[in-house]
Write a protein that binds this ligand. Sequence first.
Ligand code: SF4
Length: 369
Amino acid sequence: MALKDVLHSSVRPGELVRPLDATRIRCVACGHACPLPDGAAGVCKVRFNRGGTLYVPWGYVGGVQCDPIEKKPFFHASPGALAYSFGMLGCDLHCGYCQNWVTSQALRDPRAVAPPQQVSPDALVADALRQGARVLVSTYNEPLITAEWAMAIFREARAAGLRTGFVSNGNATPEVLEYIRPHIDYYKVDLKSFDDRRYRELGGRLAPILDTIRRLHALDVWLEIVTLLVPGFNDDADEIDRLTAFVASVSPDIPWHVTAFHQDYKMVDHRDTRDHDLLRAADIGRRNGLRFVYAGNRPGQVGDLEDTRCQGCGETVVSRLGYHVQSYRLTPDGTCPSCGTRVPGRWDSRFAGQITDHPFLPNRRLRVI
Ligand code: SF4
């Protein structure tokens, strides 16, 4: 059976939908807000109209893995915790440099082979707990397009005492953000560019992503932003200046991660990001008032740009090497031990994660099924 047929049988009626007329509906799970005549699928190819009902992905995962939460990356949310990460298949964008293209482009690219595994929310949460995870994260594909399934899992996860998060391109709608808000703790937005023309090359638009960032902050969901710095694509100093000024205008306390690109998937005509590219971008972000700027994917090569420093006195309160927390000095209230300033984030009352400077190994092997 073709992958498309397998996926079109792993569905159930969706909730993020508006009627347009007797047979036409509008999906509101992502910023495309696709109008769907009977028989049509959306841009993502995984949500479709059958007989006037929107069907959405349900009951499977395209991949699971337990990682340090810093790998997502979240630096101000449950530091050191294991994040049990799951994804489905498909995406509403088609970025040429996608590092998760095997799952995100499974319905567009015949080279992307990620067979779905049937699973229940209970089984996923039980597996996360078995492995010692404290956070469940929907990632690998775009979680907004599979939001109903993610919320079914997050309800179980919250009931079991886990935190929850999305790793997302941020191409949301007000409706989907309201829908997920009761069940989600952390949200990472990939702000890929500050140029609408670039977003259109990737299959999206800039405006919905900026709107998502504003709304998530207003909804008090813990938000971190990542920009993969691709030389010749989005690293122009003026663009980084406008991008970081925008983030700072929403809040200077939003952590901004600028991370190194390496050639991947279809984008092999841009050089890899060098350390000094990251340092230059980080410097622009700091000059625009961002208090928590991090440089990623170059462990040990970017000076103090992997550590969290108190915005009051400059004391290092969390030091890291790559994904690994090496020291943690925040008080149980999440304040600086030197000056008492509260550092923004979702800190645990005690540091329960691993302090390690060696590669992470999960407690046990994955046993989803
Ligand atoms: S999730 Fe986005 S791309 Fe997919 S059908 Fe809904 S609005 Fe369209």
